[in-house]
Write a protein that binds this ligand. Structure first.
Ligand code: BES
Ligand code: MN
Ligand code: MN
Length: 457
């Protein structure tokens, strides 16, 4: 038994209590109303790093929300792991669908319910507790640098500059991130890729003011109707995306690679039942696992315009809007896809309306190697604590900064995630299983151990 096992057993209740305390801070990065809570959360993370045994930890201001950075250097000749995570969370609305307050964590049936429980406070905090375990038992086999940001959920807009400005300080041998999911506790897996993102907002304008729909309706283009038609045309009858040039750079996988992806255990009936849908939907010629892993997609994230309040108002709106995002796969480039979308969307606007398209944040797709010493260390760590070899999968989500770790710092990443797809991240009743939280704390020190052992081999 490792020396740290006993330490973890003795302190496990405190570890959980501390996480609950962190979950009580509403660190919503998207909403300026929470700016001081975000700052308070950064301070709390810094204090936790120091208490865990970090030599140094500080709250680094940025043009937006601060980044928390700390490190524990054992010996410069040892390898260095750079841990990345985020302490900011998504907005909690719609509030009425939560069974308990999003920032009043409760534990029910072995699950922690709160916004950020899984994404990413619960997972990020496992690293702080793993660091504490190794530091307090003098069993840290490598140097650990920890960078926890507060703007992941709003596109990490200021983290790129932080990487540029701190290249020396962030020097490491691998980036380790727990912000993804695994198939299940019975079938552990490691995501070996993430999709990129291009996020757009569109505005369709018709008449110069809202009009009486009886007096003018039927005689003037209704921007809400036009917007719906335009959006509907973005997928063809096979659910391929119609944006011109969209697929030009998409990497097609070999039959063997596709077979490997489809080999992962997946029960389509369970999937449909869990989501309450009678049928799945998507691009013809691809399975559900392919549609969410290796294929690019286009989704409407929000659409509005005209009267949406209580009761009825007979109005022909002057404007209608939508937020539309595209998930990207290698070798699509976020800015190029944004441009293609803009050109296409403007080109399909009928006479009688004007269209404005703006790009929000984006990010590039990444594929992490599965034959590297770091991946092997992660696989061995999982094997040690789960008793099973993990399966490599492709994740559907995006963590835009991962591509920048490679580009700016020259570092590869290992995605050692412990979430589950049905943890309701970004949804009401987000949860994280207490068992996953503890399993993460147990597994992470093995990653450090195996990574350090394999480093010079
Ligand atoms: N942790 C998620 C990404 C994720 C979730 C990856 C599940 C794999 C599995 C991250 O916090 C996130 O939500 N990212 C955003 C992108 C960001 C630019 C807002 C996303 O994927 O929508
Ligand atoms: Mn996350
Ligand atoms: Mn998220």
């Amino acid at each position: 038994m490792q020396v740290w096992k006993e330490y973890q057993l003795q302190n496990k209740d405190r570890f959980l209590d501390e996480l609950l305390e962190l979950l009580r801070i509403p660190s919503v990065s998207a909403d300026s109303k929470y700016k001081s809570d975000v700052a308070r959360c950064a301070e709390a993370v810094k204090e936790h790093l120091l208490a865990a045994g970090a030599d140094t930890a500080e709250v680094c201001p940025t043009a937006g929300h601060p980044i928390v950075y700390g490190e524990k250097m054992v010996d410069p000749s040892l390898p260095t792991v750079l841990v990345y995570g985020h302490y900011d969370v998504q907005p909690a609305d719609p509030l009425n669908l939560w069974h308990s307050g999003p920032f009043e964590p409760v534990i029910k049936d072995g699950k922690i319910y709160a916004r950020g429980a899984c994404d990413d406070k619960g997972q990020m905090y496992m690293h702080i507790k793993a660091l504490e375990t190794m530091a307090k038992t003098n069993s840290l086999p490598c140097n650990v640098k920890v960078m926890i940001e507060g703007e992941e959920e709003v596109g990490s807009v200021n983290l790129g500059k932080f990487l540029e400005d701190n290249k020396e300080r962030l020097k490491a041998d691998i980036v380790l991130v727990s912000d993804t999911s695994m198939i299940s506790m019975e079938t552990p897996s490691i995501e070996s890729g993430l999709r990129g993102l291009a996020y757009m907002e569109v505005e369709v304008t018709g008449p110069n003011r809202d009009l009486h729909s009886g007096v003018y309706g039927g005689a003037v283009a209704n921007p809400a109707t036009i917007l719906c038609k335009m959006i509907a045309s973005l997928h063809d009858e096979n659910n391929h995306i119609t944006v011109k040039g969209f697929y030009d750079k998409v990497a097609e996988l070999s039959a063997a690679e596709r077979a490997a992806i489809n080999n992962a255990p997946f029960d389509i009936e369970e999937y449909k039942k869990d989501l309450g849908v009678s049928e799945v939907w998507g691009e013809k010629g691809y399975t559900t696992l392919e549609r969410t892993g290796i294929r690019p997609t286009l989704e409407v994230n929000g659409i509005w315009g005209g009267y949406t309040g209580e009761g009825a108002k007979t109005v022909l709106p002057s404007k209608a809007y939508a937020k539309i995002s595209m998930r990207l796969v290698p070798h699509q480039v976020s800015d190029e896809i944004s441009d293609l979308f803009k050109t296409h969307f403007e080109s399909i606007a009928p006479a009688g309306v004007t269209v404005k398209v703006t790009a929000h944040h984006g990010g590039e797709p990444v594929v992490t190697p599965t034959d590297s010493p770091a991946y092997k260390a992660a696989a061995k760590a999982i094997e040690t604590t789960f008793g099973k070899d993990p399966i490599p999968t492709r994740g559907g989500g995006s963590i835009p900064i991962i591509a920048l770790f490679e580009r700016t710092l020259g570092l590869k990443t290992v995605l050692l995630g412990f979430g589950l797809d049905n943890d309701n991240i970004h949804s009401p009743n987000e949860k994280y299983d207490v068992a996953n939280f503890y399993k993460g704390i147990e597994t992470i020190p093995y990653f450090h151990k195996y990574f350090a052992e394999g480093f010079n081999k």
